[in-house]
Write a protein that binds this ligand. Structure first.
Ligand code: ASP
Length: 322
């Protein structure tokens, strides 16, 4: 039988609705009672690493989680690893682990939108799906996968699209890479090459902001007054900004601080198209970097990882733009 290590980190999947308090609380892990059911699918070992709602997860915990997975895999081989996590920042932790981990062992991350004692709770169901995917031979060497609601998503492209639906995790541009049926774990996308970045620290400060109509240098100047190692901006459409923001942002580039443009549209890719002031072509000519395909939060994780690994401006540009 396959053996799977389940690492718990908190989130709604670890919580219960307390009707008297009118809030969702953390008590003993509510899925503990299902250990025997999970053992029918694979031999399960469980680690309770954190008990944090995912808005409390920072890159420090992401690194700790990555290091924990590494050291458990050094102790002995597992058929697969499952991480349970709050859904709010799950997409960031998943992509962080995807860039960080060097293993070919399947690593699957899952969560729940409904707490364990709510009607239609999805935690146990998602955990079962995650264990099945982590145990499947087809999942080997596919990087970190997000499994929720019978779908398998790549960590690079999936985002939390709904604040409440159980079908929240979607990969808007490329779709899921597989599905889980009653009998099978079924992958149906051809696998692209995966990227790994060698880093062991999380000290860089990289803010993420979203462009808005009428954004001007007042906001940008208050931002650039802070020390930072890089900046990610969700620009308009194909990667355009209000012209009043550009000059102040250029002062970062002059200091070799990468300013990375992604799109606030969640489909399509950014590219330097428009030549007007603040248009993508204008920004590109001024040294802004266009991160292809990635969402703002994921471009931020990748930029941080590249900076932590010691990459400089030009190499960061090459990697993010390919
Ligand atoms: N706020 C919760 C969290 O991310 C939401 C969830 O887990 O679904 O921890």
């Amino acid at each position: 039988m396959e053996d799977v290590l389940v690492i718990h980190t908190g989130g709604t999947i670890a919580m219960m609705d307390d009707v008297t308090l009118g809030t969702i609380v953390t008590k003993e892990h509510p899925l503990k009672q299902y250990r025997n059911d999970l053992n029918q699918l694979a031999t399960i070992e469980e680690d309770y690493l954190f008990d944090l709602p995912s808005p409390h997860i920072t890159p420090k915990e992401m690194l700790q989680l990555g290091q924990h997975i590494e050291s458990r895999l050094k102790e002995r081989a597992f058929s697969g690893i499952v991480v349970t996590h709050g859904t709010d920042t799950l997409e960031e932790t998943a992509y962080f682990l995807d860039l960080y981990l060097q293993t070919s062992t399947p690593v699957v991350i899952t969560g729940a939108m409904r707490s364990s004692n709510e009607v239609g709770a999805d935690g146990l169901y998602n955990l079962i799906g995650a264990v099945r995917v982590a145990s499947a031979k087809e999942s080997i060497n596919k990087g970190v996968l997000v499994v929720m609601n019978d779908e398998i998503h790549s960590s690079a492209y999936c985002i939390k699209t709904s604040s409440s639906s159980v079908a929240t995790f979607q990969s808007p541009q490329f779709g899921p890479i597989g599905i889980i049926t009653k009998q099978e774990v079924y992958f149906y996308h051809k696998w692209m090459e995966r990227e790994k970045i060698a880093f062991q620290t999380v000290n860089t400060y990289v803010p993420l902001i979203k462009a808005f109509a009428g954004m001007d240098e007042r906001f940008i100047a208050s931002l650039t007054a802070q020390e930072m190692d890089g900046l990610v901006i969700e620009g308009f459409g194909q990667g355009n900004l209000p012209p009043q923001t550009v000059r102040t942002l250029e002062t970062l580039i002059e200091q070799q601080i990468p300013v990375v443009i992604v799109s606030r549209s969640f489909k399509g890719v950014v590219q330097p198209t428009y030549g007007y002031p603040g248009g993508g072509r204008d920004l590109k000519d001024k040294g802004f970097i266009f991160a292809k395909r990635l969402s703002g939060p994921k471009a931020r994780i990748k930029l941080m990882a590249l900076l932590e690994a010691g990459y400089k401006y030009q190499r960061i540009e090459e990697i993010l733009e390919r």
